[in-house]
Design a protein around this ligand. Structure first.
Ligand SMILES: [Zn+2]
Length: 348
């Protein structure tokens, strides 16, 4: 009897230890996420965007000199941060050949060779599982002598990824590596038909089945007319399409940390804008990879030469970027990879 009681109390003690260990792990994890999210700042976002969306980049048209400046800027950032390339060595460019870009292209001038930019943080426990965070690096270039700077489209998503990558790398430098690997993917040719992301999923650097989710950011620096009176919002599109767990995770992170009004208006299958099909996440969703598309809606400067960095709401950009960071942190560190409970038929 004494022996039974003794072993029961030992078991009880061990259980309490592990649960308090889990609890303390959760607290530490939260503290760490908060600590590194705080390194994502308006100042740094603006510093990058006033360069990336400046006239010098000539609207970053696919295959044109301005786009080449853009990829050089992104590569230099990753090299300076000590964030490796998944391609190895000094090669941060996934070449996207003109032959691929011009396939089936009926109108417009022939496109020249272009590049996706890739950078990688290897996971500690599940390095073979990959979270992809994406934005498009290109815009529409110059028309009638005017430069289309594309500060919101998609300069905002591009600089958001740079700040998110920096935050994860700061954690890595402090010995806190994410459990899963993270691929920072800057795709070209989005304005020409989601071509860079199409090329990536058809020529993946990491096996598609190992890709646990894609967080895609396209235009998160402005306010649309619908939200003039309550600007602390963001549209989430596709979060519940393939994985209920990813949707709930995203909600949970927002409730816990960023408290943004998440608007699902454009997540409705019947929505005439069909935004779900109009940015790079869609190429991942086609392969049953759960996605979230972060978007602020269109505005008067959408695809205009007036989409400039001085018009960006950096406080909103900062908070929306932190939401993506917290969601990425949880997806990369959660015990089990998010479950696809609503799979679609794969393309042939
Ligand atoms: Zn865009």
């Amino acid at each position: 009897m004494k022996k039974i009681l003794l072993s029961l109390s030992v078991v009880a003690f061990l259980v309490s230890c592990s649960s308090s260990k889990n609890a303390s792990d959760a607290v530490t994890n939260t503290d760490q996420a908060v600590k590194y999210a705080a390194t994502i700042t308006e100042k740094d976002l603006a510093k990058h965007l006033f360069i990336y969306a400046s006239d010098a980049f000539e609207g970053r048209d696919t295959g044109e000199p301005g786009q080449k400046k853009a990829i050089a800027y992104l590569k230099k950032f990753y090299v300076d941060q000590g964030i490796a390339s998944p391609l190895g060595g000094d090669d941060y460019y996934q070449e996207v050949p003109a032959s691929f870009l011009n396939q089936g292209r009926k109108r417009g001038k022939a496109l020249k060779d272009s590049e996706n930019v890739v950078a990688f943080i290897k996971g500690s426990e599940k390095p073979e599982e990959i979270l992809v965070i994406s934005a498009h690096l290109d815009h529409v270039g110059m028309r009638d002598g005017k430069i289309y700077n594309g500060a919101d489209d998609d300069g905002s998503g591009t600089v958001a990824i740079l700040e998110i990558a920096e935050a994860f790398q700061k954690a890595v430098k402090a010995g806190i590596r994410p459990k899963r690997s993270i691929l920072f993917l800057h795709v070209t040719g989005e304005e020409k038909g989601l071509l860079g992301s199409k090329f990536y999923v058809e020529n993946p650097i990491f096996p598609i089945p190992n890709t646990v989710a894609n967080l895609n950011i396209d235009m998160i620096g402005r306010i649309d007319d619908r939200h003039k009176d309550n600007p602390n919002y963001v549209y989430l599109i596709g979060s519940d399409k393939l994985s209920t767990e990813l949707h709930n995770l995203s909600e949970e992170m927002n409730t816990k940390y960023t408290k943004i009004a998440l608007d699902y208006k454009y997540n409705d299958d019947k929505d005439p804008n069909r935004f779900y099909y109009r940015s790079d996440h869609y190429n991942f969703a086609k392969y049953n990879i759960p996605i979230i598309f972060y978007f602020n809606g269109t505005h008067e400067d959408y695809h205009q030469p007036t989409d400039t960095p001085d018009k960006i709401n950096y406080d909103l950009l900062q908070n929306r970027t932190r939401l993506v960071f917290y969601t990425a942190w949880e997806v990369a560190n959660r015990e089990a990879r998010v479950v696809v409970d609503k799979p679609v038929t794969l393309p042939n």
